[in-house]
Design a protein around this ligand. Structure first.
Ligand SMILES: [Cu+2]
Length: 181
């Protein structure tokens, strides 16, 4: 759809916030298998040339990942019932900041599952707090929070909202941790 901006939607350099809304139709949430080779192809072949959906890749969903090269930040907006973006790609060993913004009408949170990494900061608003060492951030409606961490293992991981039923409704996304340079 409107994937025409110069850097491509969701591409993130440095510390700036992502503009909300990558636009276009929402694909279904399962994007796990849209893994490494697609990403590498996109990056190496042609600098994310607007990443059309008709590139002959796997037929299924094509959530364009927000890419953080090096240390950097990405804004993740939560609402009923999804995350935007629902796919984030980072590099192992970098300092990653998730600026969590609850654009929904009710409480939401984001928990990273299975990621080996250092928790550097978790600042939530509202009643939810991270447990010890947990990569978690939560916020009440209209509020935000910050999660800063350093992933130490490459792989594909999931983030989701832990509130009952929210994940099943679609509040789920994929964090790809690439080995890095
Ligand atoms: Cu939620």
């Amino acid at each position: 759809m409107d994937y025409g901006s110069s850097a491509g939607p969701g591409v993130q350099r440095g510390g700036a916030h992502l503009p909300g809304g990558v636009g276009g139709a929402r694909p279904h949430s399962k994007i796990t298998f849209l893994g490494g080779w697609v990403g590498k192809m996109m990056i190496s072949s042609s600098l994310l040339v607007a990443c059309s959906n008709g590139d002959g890749g796997p037929a299924a969903s094509t959530a364009t990942p927000a890419v953080i090269s090096g240390n950097g930040a990405v804004t993740v907006a939560a609402s009923e019932w999804h995350f935007e973006p629902s796919s984030i790609r980072v590099e192992r060993g970098r300092r990653i900041t998730i600026l969590f913004q609850n654009d929904g009408r009710i409480l939401h949170n984001l928990k990273l599952e299975g990621v080996e990494g250092d928790l550097i900061e978790s600042t939530s608003s509202g009643p939810q707090e991270a447990d010890e060492g947990e990569l978690f951030v939560g916020a009440g409606s209209g509020e935000g929070g910050t999660l800063v961490f350093r992933p130490l293992d490459a792989g594909t991981f999931t983030y989701y909202c832990t509130l009952e039923g929210h994940r099943a409704f679609g509040m789920e996304g994929t964090l790809e941790v690439e080995p890095g340079p």
